[in-house]
Ligand binder design. Sequence first.
Ligand code: FMN
Length: 114
Amino acid sequence: MNIVIINGSPGKNGTTAKILELFVSCLWTYEFVNIEYINLSEFDISHCKGCCQCYKSGRCFISDDAEMLSEKIEKADGIIIGSPTYASNVSGILKDFIDRGHFVIEQLLTGKFA
Ligand SMILES: Cc1cc2nc3c(=O)[nH]c(=O)nc-3n(C[C@H](O)[C@H](O)[C@H](O)COP(=O)(O)O)c2cc1C
């Protein structure tokens, strides 16, 4: 089983990371689990332009890391997303990825553990 863990904090070693590391240490005990840990702050993810071309083509025309990360999620059986609370919402970098990552329009998370 492949699990993708996403740290949506700009800080790689902050509070969010500490919580996600607890998930990692717990999941590692299962032999059948493969974990991919992603620090979102290490990747290039532009703002969504709102063109909705992805709705027709299944891909975003912007050339950055969003499509590559979305493909990892698509192939995963489960996903764990961590974010600091910023102004009662998720972090800006995570919101950019949610907007760009086909989460809503194409329901990328359908059928996955999350
Ligand atoms: C710009 C900004 C906005 C924040 N807004 C909130 C908030 O609305 N509510 C809250 O409880 N904490 C808020 N916080 C505190 C962070 O959520 C908290 O420090 C979090 O543990 C940081 O996680 P990190 O160490 O993984 O980055 C905010 C922090 C920042 C920098």
